[in-house]
Design a protein around this ligand. Structure first.
Ligand SMILES: [Zn+2]
Length: 338
């Protein structure tokens, strides 16, 4: 028996101990078609029948970062031109004031409003954020902070206008402020220039206003400085805890370290979800969290009854598992290209 074969036997024995089967799962063998299939299968299992939209993250993605050209701008304009859904109240103190493609969320407090994301540009900020707030009985002049989840224009585009008009402070991660100042990932005249550096936060910093406190986690992946706020809401007086995932898509090309950082962010936030009993997960694109359908159900129910945004902690964890497994599948796809 050669040392090599005995090593193989030892590995098989260890595998039996660790996994209770004669051979380790394909994912442990390094990147391969089998490891990709195993990650996609794990994501599919976690997605169940209710997280199909999140599971689309497992579809193969382009290996090159998108470039700004006329075709890209046409596509962006088409996304922005889609008819906007009505604004709506998701919780006692949380309001949706977004478009069909990108979302903006307003947290109301006795001392003012924290806005999370500012949509694509001034036109949307005027029509959807200011207009939406007024329809919901909120005064946009009460916006104190604009938390921009990450340095892409579909989230910061309306921020300079709102900040200037209302004296609101713009909050971003230090990492994404620097990205916007030195090597803006995407630029197009549709979004205009990014906001100038204002409040700069690091992982775990808190933003508090009128008794509501947001813990701002830096969850690298979609950008290196994506912010994912965690905060309390109430529904009919009962407290729930929200994770707003700050950046979802894999639109950065075949960047393996970044894809791996995405996976680590999902795993780390799954620990936070368990520790804090987070039972609501929101996104800044309504396709991902199904917020338009959930708001429609709330409208039909006249704001009473169970809240469809409250999915429960196990489902929030499953969502992060789907994202993690899809990021691992994409990483292995990129690794096979090398
Ligand atoms: Zn983005």
């Amino acid at each position: 028996m050669t040392p090599r074969r005995s090593g193989g036997l030892l590995a098989a024995a260890l595998a039996t101990v660790l996994w209770g089967c004669a051979s380790p799962p394909p994912a442990t063998l390094g990147p391969s078609e089998a490891s990709i299939a195993a990650h996609v299968a794990a994501a599919t299992r976690a997605a169940g029948s209710d997280l199909g939209e999140v599971l689309t993250l497992c579809k193969p993605v382009p290996t090159a970062r998108p470039v700004q050209d006329e075709a890209a701008d046409r596509g962006l304009r088409a996304l922005i031109a889609r008819p906007a859904p009505p604004p709506g109240r998701a919780f006692d103190n949380l309001y949706f004031v977004g478009g069909d493609w990108a979302s903006a969320w307003a947290i109301d407090t006795p001392e003012g409003i924290i806005l999370i994301d500012a949509l694509n540009n001034q036109v949307e900020a005027t029509a959807l954020i200011e207009g939406g707030m007024r329809k919901l009985g909120l005064d946009p002049a009460r916006i104190r902070y604009i938390v921009v989840s990450h340095g892409h224009g579909d989230h910061y585009g309306g921020a300079p206008y709102l900040a200037q008009k209302y004296g609101a402070r713009v909050v971003m991660s230090d990492i994404d402020w620097t990205m916007m100042e030195t090597r803006l990932e995407f630029a197009t005249p549709i979004w205009g220039a990014p906001p100038k550096r204002d409040i700069s936060v690091k992982d775990g910093d808190k933003l508090t206003l009128g008794g509501t406190s947001l813990t701002l986690y830096v969850t690298p992946g979609h950008t290196w400085g994506t912010l994912s706020p965690v905060f309390d809401v109430t529904w009919q007086g009962k407290k729930h805890r929200v994770l707003l995932w700050g950046g979802t898509g894999f639109n950065f090309g075949a960047d393996i370290p970044r894809m791996e950082s995405y996976g680590r962010s999902t795993q780390r936030m799954a620990q936070v979800v368990r520790a804090e009993g987070i039972d609501v997960m929101l996104s800044n694109h309504s396709r991902v969290d199904g917020s338009q359908g959930k708001l429609a159900r709330l409208r039909e129910a006249g704001g009473t009854g169970p809240n469809p945004f409250v999915v429960g902690e196990p489902t929030v964890e499953r969502t992060l598992t789907v994202m993690n497994e899809c990021s691992l599948a994409q990483r292995d796809r990129f690794a096979l290209l090398r």
